[in-house]
Write a protein that binds this ligand. Sequence first.
Ligand code: UD1
Length: 422
Amino acid sequence: MDSIIVTGGTELDGRIPIAGAKNACLALMPATLLSDEPLTLTNAPRLSDIKTMTLLLQSLGAEVTSMQGGRVLALSSHDLTSHRADYDIVRKMRASNLVLGPLLARAGHAVVSLPGGCAIGARPMDLHIEGLTALGAEIELRDGYLHAVAPRGLKGAVIEQRFASVGATENIVMAATLAKGTTVLRNAAREPEIVDLVQCLRAMGARIEGEGTTEIRVEGVDRLHGATHAVVADRIELGTYMIAPAIAGGSVELIGGRRDLLPAFCEKLEETGVEITETNSGLKVARVNGRSHAVDVKTEVFPGFPTDLQAQMMALLCTADGVSVLEETIFENRFMHAPELMRMGANIEVHGGHATVTGVDRLRGAPVMATDLRASVSLILAGLAAEGETVVNRVYHLDRGYERVEEKLSACGARIERVKGE
Ligand code: UD1
């Protein structure tokens, strides 16, 4: 397995292009199942999770052709041959469950494996099941699989989510596009990836209003048609690389970056002593004083501080001036990066959903292990600030969500390289 070696202590200076959003693309790809006409996605990211979704869709009979080195995905679900998402694929990537709503709506039945536990929490599917059941589906759990049928077709309904789940909102909205009548989804997730999905569904002929607010209204139509859609910029990749100059010093321009994708995050980053300016091509981030200030952070649904940037922010706060408290409210087990950061000399105490970080003068390089996608990149960021060499092992997690991380950072002067493993 590959490792990444980072030698800390170099200030950054350069430009980093931000790719299309992994999480948007993983919801947009299953939208192909809703139509027998082609769907083309441009600005797709080149990531292993996208390959996993490609394999899943192909296993259902969809055609997925990757063009321009993976930047453009041509999808067609003219003839579906299966309606079963196998455990072998779903266990690798929870977002595989996003085929459930579209398959039900188009084929009237779907069999989708439950994802099982993952490193960052239990992540059940009760909200997906409740929403689709409200639309008239009958869903049973047998042999670890959800067996869903809609014998009389799906029918619009008023649904109030107990929690604004991103995935459940996506499944329910996709299913509702082909349901009979009107669906009103209350307490809907508002993440930019939902807005992107709705814009694509609308280009396919769906009638949807309210994306980006807590109430989404869908008028069902008989069929959807083909479309071409450009994937929105990846706000998590953006936030990650905004932290790079904050932690290492220097300044970096993020090409394609937009402040409205990360409102709460940008405010917190500024509080730590970083300057963020809008440029013609994106956002520029520069560290304006010597040491970061401590700040308290609480993860929340959009527009709050994203859970997917909590590990990276923790890496920054490890060397801040003072004590920071990070509160994780979205996932119950998302501080696995803390013990690894402590191996680099960080002072962190974790109690349940809170982590207290007392800033130290300096981190020291160490061999560390990545336990999940965002944890891996937080260790790379910490390595940029650490004295000496940090070896991040098990980087396959990283390749699920970050394109060419070592190339993007070394283009800004970071000393970082990938060492090929067995
Ligand atoms: C998506 C993102 C992920 C991000 C998360 C929260 C994708 C592919 N992934 O994941 O990167 O960290 O949003 O911003 O877009 N929950 C339930 N029941 C359900 C569904 C969810 O209890 O039926 C809980 C989960 O266990 C978790 C919380 O709700 O604690 C958030 O989950 P959700 O918003 O659904 O996240 P995902 O769509 O899985």
